[in-house]
Structure formats: structure tokens, C-alpha cells
Design a protein around this ligand. Structure first.
Ligand code: NAP
Ligand code: ZN
Length: 346
């Protein structure tokens, strides 16, 4: 079936309205009528070729919230009318050691991404900037009714990408956590770390968004453009989650960790980042990376958000505002996630 979508045709041309093809639902498939599509900085990196060439024409988007329109004959977890979500993965091999361990985001055979991946039928997957998607039920999330629907989509990437490292590295009471960059990922990281009971500091370039950061749950807020920040906070944090979309001076941020602390990069800049090993040695520090989270952990995160009464702070846009919205993301002029109203994809 053909469905409405926004389509990228090159690294430089604006996204244009068009149509894409969705497969006929198989027995295990859920057909989702998309209501809201979040705009992640990764969508922009992908189309702009920051991580290598993209397969054009391409529809991006991996923060999807919608309603089940139909289900295949073997689908047991969902029924027509359910509110559901889809994130960055739509399939994985299911048999490798990582998939067996419930870590399908690290599938050893490469999971199938929501867009730009080769699908089982050989086609290239097309993402959430569209009116409908067909997904295997094992990669569909249940959206708790307590979450305001238009705020849910960003949880499927920005939410889980910050939740997973916070959980993995033990953010909680007695832990000092810093979130670097107050954008889409950062504003979720602050809320989640606060809700987990950690003491939370925002490290943003300036103090422009300080009121928002404190309202979202930060205890402290510092400007990284001010050299004094790196003196005052030296040796402070157990965990730093770097959400920045550009390369940062890693050594400087390692200097903010206390004994056995970890700096985890979830930001995925185009450029390489270097560090001096000596920065790690002195206090047995770790420099780590993390990618999204598993399906089960994503469900746990959605339920946690519902229980704690937190969700994304969104600015709703119509489909024809997407190119302007991307420019605003690139200039960090977003408070704090754009979400496309999918009824405007016609
Ligand atoms: P975003 O909304 O644009 O936020 C990025 C933030 O980084 C900005 O708000 C800004 O924070 C800071 N920043 C931007 N440019 C900067 C620069 N030149 N120097 C210093 N700070 C800068 O982007 P996002 O959607 O949150 O995504 C952030 C990054 O995470 C992207 O690289 C994205 O691809 C990646 N990502 C990774 C995963 C994963 O699984 N690991 C998942 C999703 C996204 P301040 O204004 O507060 O300084
Ligand atoms: Zn994303």
C-alpha cells in the first residue's frame, strides 16, 4: 500500500511530500496509523550524510506514536485501537547471543533500523515521517494511557537513549549525574535522572535555558562556555551523559568525573573525538558509548515515565514546517522536541 510521507531525495535538498510503500501485513504484523512523529537529530545526521551515504529516496523518523489500525492473524499482544509506539528498531535476528540476552539494540547480525536498513524482503525500511507503518509485533510498544499522546513519540528514541545508560550505570540516590546538552535527548535525561533519585546537573553551553533545566528537575546548571565551570566542578560526577551532536573536548569533561566515574557518549557527531589516555588513568575512569535500548527496556521506560508523570516537552508542527524545524534543530532552537502532527502528511 502507498502512504503519505515526507521524503528526502539528497543530502542537500529539502524534504518534500510524497508517498512510500508499506508491505502488506503478514501474520505477525501490526498496522499502525501514525498520529505523531518525533524529529530526532539523528534524522538530520542521516540525511546529511554525517555517518555515511544514505539510501535515497528516504523517509526518516524513528519516534513514532500511533493507533493500531489492523493486526495479522498471529498477533497476540495488540488489538485494533490500541495506542502504540515504535522506536529506532523494527526487527533483529533474534538468534544471536545479544538478541537472546534481550539486547537486540546490539544484535550481532545488525538489527533492522526504522529507516535506511535493508528489510527482510530486500527493500529499504522507511521511517516515521509518514501516515502509516507496518511493524512486527515484537517491536511495537504499548503506550500507557497516562501519557499525553502528543508527547509520547520522543520517548521512543530520546527517552530510551538516555534511560538506558542512566539505568546501566546506576543513576539513583546518592549519585551525581551530569547531562551535557539540553536538547531533545538532554531534556529527557534530566527528567529521568531526577526521577531515578540522582542529583542532576545540566552542562549547557550557556545559561539561556537554565529556568527550563531547573523546572525539568536539575539541581544545578552550569555553562560550559565559562572556563570556571571546569574548575569548580572538577572531580564531581559519578556519571556524565553526553548528548551533544557535535564533537566535544573529551579530556575536559573527563576532568569532571570523580573516582571510578564514567563519561558515556550517546551523542553521535560526524567528527571523531580524541582523548589523552592519561585523563582516564588517574582516577580509573571509563569512557563509554550506548545506543538506544532494548524493546523490553523501552517498555520499562514508558511505564516509568507514566508512573513518574514525566514525558517529552514538545512543539507540534505540521508536515510542511519540517525544513524550518530541521534548521531550528541545527541551531539548537528547539524546546525541546519537534513532533509532526501526522494528520498533516496528506
Ligand atoms: P538536539 O536536540 O539538537 O540536542 C543536542 C544538544 O547539543 C543541543 O541542544 C545543544 O545543547 C548541544 N549542542 C549542539 N551543538 C553543539 C556544539 N557545537 N557544541 C556544544 N554543544 C552543542 O539533538 P538530539 O536529538 O538530542 O540528539 C543529540 C545527539 O544524540 C545527536 O548526535 C544524535 O544523533 C544522537 N543520538 C544518539 C542516539 C543513540 O542511540 N546513541 C539516539 C538518538 C540520538 P545546549 O544548547 O544545551 O548546549
Ligand atoms: Zn533518535
Amino acid at each position: 500500500m502507498h502512504v503519505h510521507a515526507l521524503v528526502a531525495t539528497s543530502e542537500t535538498d529539502p524534504l518534500i511530500p510524497g508517498t512510500i510503500e508499506r508491505r502488506d501485513p503478514g501474520p505477525r504484523d501490526v498496522v499502525i496509523h501514525i498520529a505523531w512523529a518525533g524529529v530526532c537529530h539523528s534524522d538530520i545526521h542521516t540525511v546529511h550524510g554525517d555517518w555515511g551515504p544514505a539510501p535515497f529516496p528516504l523517509t526518516v523518523g524513528h519516534e513514532i506514536a500511533g493507533t493500531v489500525a489492523a493486526v495479522g492473524t498471529e498477533v497476540s499482544k495488540f488489538k485494533v485501537g490500541d495506542r502504540v509506539g515504535v522506536g529506532t528498531m523494527v526487527n533483529s535476528c533474534g538468534i544471536c547471543a545479544n538478541c537472546q540476552a534481550g539486547l537486540e539494540q546490539y544484535c550481532l547480525n545488525g538489527n533492522t533500523q526504522a529507516y535506511g536498513s535493508r528489510d527482510r524482503d530486500g527493500s529499504i525500511t522507511q521511517g516515521g515521517y509518514s501516515s502509516m507503518i507496518v511493524v512486527d509485533e515484537d517491536f511495537v510498544l504499548r503506550v500507557p494511557s497516562a501519557l499525553p499522546f502528543e508527547t509520547v513519540a520522543p520517548l521512543l528514541c530520546a527517552g530510551i537513549t538516555t534511560y538506558s545508560p542512566l539505568r546501566h550505570w546506576g543513576a539513583g540516590p546518592g549519585k551525581r549525574v551530569a547531562i551535557v546538552g539540553l536538547g531533545g535527548l538532554g531534556h529527557m535525561g534530566v527528567q529521568l535522572a531526577h526521577a531515578m533519585g540522582a542529583e542532576v546537573t545540566v552542562l549547557s553551553r550557556t545559561l539561556n535555558k537554565m529556568e527550563d533545566g531547573l523546572r525539568l528537575g536539575a539541581d544545578r546548571y552550569y555553562a560550559t562556555a565559562d572556563d570556571k565551570t571546569f574548575v569548580e566542578l572538577a572531580g564531581t560526577f559519578d556519571l556524565i551523559v553526553n548528548t551533544v551532536s557535535a564533537a566535544l573536548p573529551v579530556d575536559r569533561f573527563l576532568g569532571l568525573l570523580r573516582q571510578d566515574g564514567t563519561l558515556v557518549n550517546v551523542g553521535a557527531p560526524a567528527q571523531a573525538m580524541s582523548l589523552h589516555v592519561q585523563s582516564l588513568l588517574a582516577r580509573r575512569l571509563s569512557y563509554a558509548g550506548s545506543v538506544t535500548g532494548s524493546v523490553a527496556e523501552t517498555q520499562e521506560m514508558l511505564d516509568f515515565c507514566a508512573e513518574k508523570g514525566i514525558s517529552a516537552v514538545v512543539e507540534v508542527i505540521a508536515a510542511d514546517q519540517i525544513n524550518e524545524a530541521w534548521k531550528r534543530v541545527l541551531s539548537s532552537d528547539v524546546r525541546y522536541r519537534f513532533v509532526i502532527d501526522a494528520s498533516t502528511f496528506a
